[in-house]
Design a protein around this ligand. Sequence first.
Ligand code: MG
Length: 413
Amino acid sequence: MLALCDCDNFFVSCERLYRPELRSRPVVVLSNNDGCIVSRSAEVKAMGIPMGQPYFQIQGLLRKKGVAVCSGNLVMYKEVSMKVMKLLSRFTGGMEEYSIDEAFLSLPVAAEDPLGYVSGIRAKVESWIGIPVSIGVAATKTLSKLATEMAKKDASGVMEITGRNARDVLDNTGIGDIWGIGRKTAEALNRDGIYSAGHFVDRDSVWVKRRLTVRGLMTQLELKGQPCLPIVAGTAPPKSIQVSRTWGNVLESFEDVCLAMTDNVVKAARQLRQDNLAARGMSVFLRHGYRHHGEHGYIENDVYFDSPAQCDIELIGAVKSLLGKIYRPGHGYTQGGVTLRDFSDARFRQRELFDEGGYERRSKLERFSRAVDEINGHFGERAIFPASLAVKDKKWRPNRKHLSEKRGGFVNG
Ligand SMILES: [Mg+2]
């Protein structure tokens, strides 16, 4: 059996942990630069204030209703998240940290009463750490996701989908509420007469595969209780991807360093997409001074994205801005590298809490990056590459004789 443990109103719960005076008040947490609401306490949800609402639009109402407003503090939330995950890992056979506030748990085979078992876990997380959670139990990840949604609406905070109640649950769940079925897909399925998850599982699997590719088929099987998506317990995907290089020349200008590092990040990003991952964290490092002073220097900086990134354009932009912070003229850089980390599965990504309308834009960019990968897979490594790398004099290349400049096709980057 699997379970999904999801922290309730996670950011609000974190704020309440450190500021007990907020426990008796309605609370919202705002995104970066206090842009919009990304977490709401139960009282605020009951007021009908939606997730993602821009703060400036609702400031007056929040004041009138006595709602406490907190600016988001991702560093603190991450710390609390680590505590929760560490505790959860003590009670499971295997565990996959799915997001900052969710983890898939594989329940010990010996747990004869899964619901009772997860009730115990829930009570411990609440009393030992102080964070309320909801836990859904089922045979597959997709069903446990659904069970967790039900658990959130139940006072017990736990819920199980079994062979007995599955059909009923699926018939009462909109197709758009299924994990892995996005809004566009749901609309398309509606046009085919599929409105509920029940309608979806009744469709012929060949039709589903043709309509939604193998990913859709996997979702359908999972809804039928056949596990297709394993719990990835810390082993399979890499923890980080690093691409670094000692350059053929000492690089002096900011432009040259940028180009060299763009080359690195493009390679790292391709690897990332091959592994179906998206990165939340990135760091860059530069080494300098080998030849100039007989000593070397090392400088590093990092960034934490609000939403996991995997496309070239986004990552190149982030590299440039990090370099802007660490580059110093006259240092003579000899080596540099990019590290991507804090990965999540890019295939089943949800709309992110701190993502302000960037979801659609990002999906487009990702599809674009994947198309580029595919073309390069067919026509050779560099059939298409960022225009910024299309310079004649690639000073960073260790051996410039092997440049292949024959193929055209440039994209902005
Ligand atoms: Mg949550």
